[in-house]
Design a protein around this ligand. Structure first.
Ligand code: TEU
Length: 558
């Protein structure tokens, strides 16, 4: 796995199109809106775009509920707009990775409509249908105790077919039956249809959940996600992913990125090893560090050593990582891991440094490059995210929390809406995202935090990202170099090296709000400063480094 490929050298920029840029004033971002903003991406220096789903969809889970995989949802534009986007990206040497959702469709999809109305027809076996039973009172009981990730049972009774269907996500997202070869063929055909249009790869949504255990046995009720031991990395997953590799990716240089809830290192190695079916995988261990006793719907304590330990385990254990702190499902990293007030610039740039200088392919999420922050949500009515709404309602109904007020701090910290507030372009109305009324309110700090402002001020998060991406492009050791951690137990400092031949980059970060001093054996007197997030840093390292809050330095030595 030492070979060189484009996706190891690339910096990927993730676009959540609904919230990126609206060209027609309907308050819903669209593809022409993305095209209008491509200069921003070019200037930032990214090499690839991952576009969240833009397929036809009723949008109950913002496009992860697909009703037609071969059509563009009208609010995003037309297929011509999509063609133009691909062309404009490629003209700028920026690749395009589409998001594919193979585990489930929308309940509006024709396959599901026909599956529920014609059980013996062509689509009858496309989904996971079961009879269920009744309890002593004659009430229907679902086929097993599995839970939906969004809360409540993973089963829904369908009056029309008089059977239950499985949905690991929203009730409007029925799981496809991957045991059925026709389903597998339909999905691979769909992917090939898009690849033939010239795209550069796929991010495959929850792709380690495709195989469900034979007989659908009850799960351990004490598990965080009840049933998950029977559908995460299930018994036939390697066969299904192998087929995808063989029938879609083999013989192309398109990248296969697997998004994988509950992924552990062992499975990650199997999925991406020399004979593995995928190129890259997303795991979520580091973004679970701030979970509390009640799991995701609780906030817990973490410290720098935990973060270093988790990142280090994956750096050490997997040859090539996907690096990310944010995406459309995660809150803003500067609010979560840094300090979004006094040290917003310093901590956002420290995080940028980790993201872009560890070994792996970095993914920058829209708005991260200007240090966008979390919002605040006064009532559950102000929250759009189906995950938050369903889970919080469930916690209140079960009496786990009294009311919204008593869980609001968790929602403010955790809800996916934090990532979905519109991109902040300038200080005009709605941050320049739309001329109309945005589908989700803009973060009120937009007059202070926006692209135009970031371009004017020095230093800025944006210009630091630009310099860092440029440095990564010019420095082979930052791409292909070996990684080594120093001072693993240090509570303030994150120090590591990236070494390729005789080129060595030493990354030194004071990841804290306090000053720090560092005598670093690894730093040679002849090292020279390549980048830092504070002005006025001497080019040559003194014997003892004095580092200010979140101060970050990259030295090069040979
Ligand atoms: O998300 C799947 C998912 O469950 C994780 O990303 C989860 O957020 C992570 O394990 C951290 O806890 C994907 C999509 O990204 C999401 O937007 C969809 O709602 C979901 O699948 C269903 O398609």
């Amino acid at each position: 796995m030492r070979e060189r490929t484009w996706w190891k050298e690339a910096v990927v920029y993730q676009i959540y199109p609904k919230s990126f840029s609206d060209s027609d004033g309907d308050g819903f971002g669209d593809l022409p809106g993305v095209i209008e903003r491509l200069d921003h991406l070019e200037r930032l220096g990214v090499d690839c775009v991952w576009l969240n789903p833009v397929y036809e969809s009723p949008q109950r889970d913002n496009g992860y509920d697909v009703s037609d995989y071969r059509a563009v949802h009208p609010a995003f534009g037309t297929m011509d707009d999509w063609d133009r986007l691909l062309e404009e990206l490629h003209e700028r040497d920026i690749r395009l990775v589409m998001d594919m959702v193979p585990n489930h469709t929308s309940s509006d999809h024709e396959w599901f409509q026909r599956s529920r109305s014609e059980p013996d027809g062509e689509y009858g076996d496309y989904y996971i249908w079961r009879e269920g039973s009744t309890d002593a009172n004659g009430d229907p009981v679902p086929p097993n105790n599995w839970e939906s990730f969004f809360g409540g049972s993973a089963w829904e009774y369908d009056e029309e077919r008089e059977a239950w269907y499985l949905h690991l996500y929203d009730v409007s997202q029925p799981d496809l039956n991957w045991r059925n070869p026709a389903v597998r063929e339909a999905m691979t055909d769909t992917m090939n249809w898009w690849l033939d249009r010239g795209i550069d790869g796929f991010r495959l949504d929850v792709v380690n959940l495709l195989s469900k255990a034979e007989g659908l046995p009850d799960g351990d009720p004490s598990n965080d996600w009840v049933g998950s031991e029977h559908f995460v990395d299930g018994p036939r997953i390697h066969e299904y992913l192998g087929e995808i590799r063989e029938n879609v990716f083999a013989g192309t240089d398109a990248v296969a990125i697997g998004e994988m809830p509950n992924l552990d290192l062992d499975h990650a190695r199997q999925y991406t090893g020399p004979d593995g079916p995928l190129d890259l995988v997303f795991h979520f261990e580091h973004v679970g560090l701030d979970f509390g006793e009640r799991g995701r719907w609780d906030v817990g304590e973490w410290d720098l050593r935990d973060l270093k330990q988790t990142l280090h385990r994956w750096q050490d254990g997997l040859d090539w990582n996907s690096l990310f702190f944010e995406n459309h499902d995660q809150p803003r990293s500067v609010s979560r891991f840094g300090d979004d007030e006094r040290y917003r610039y310093e901590s956002a740039t420290a995080l940028a440094t980790i993201l872009l200088t560890l070994r792996g392919t970095p993914f920058v999420y829209q708005g991260q490059e200007i240090g966008m922050t979390n919002g605040t949500f006064e009532s559950l009515e102000d929250v759009s995210d189906v995950d938050t709404v369903r889970n919080v309602r469930e916690l209140i109904a079960e009496g786990v929390v009294r009311d919204y007020e008593s869980i609001r701090h968790v929602v403010d910290h955790r809800t996916r809406d934090n990532a979905r507030t519109p991109m902040q372009w300038d200080d005009t109305a709605h941050a320049g995202f739309t001329d109309g009324e945005p589908w989700i309110p803009v973060n009120e700090n937009y007059p202070e935090i926006n692209v135009a402002r970031e371009r004017e001020r020095t230093p800025s998060v944006l210009s630091y990202y630009e310099s860092l991406i440029d440095l990564r492009d010019r420095t082979e050791a930052l791409v292909y170099g070996d990684y080594e951690l120093h001072r693993p137990d240090d509570e303030q400092l994150f120090v590591y090296t990236r070494t390729l031949g005789d080129e060595r980059i030493v990354v030194v970060i004071n990841f804290s709000e306090r000053d720090a001093t560092a005598d670093l054996d690894v730093l040679e007197p002849d090292a020279s400063l390549r980048l830092g997030n504070y002005d006025e840093t001497a080019a040559d390292p003194p014997a003892t480094l004095a580092l200010r809050p979140y101060e970050t330095r990259l030295y090069e030595q040979s």
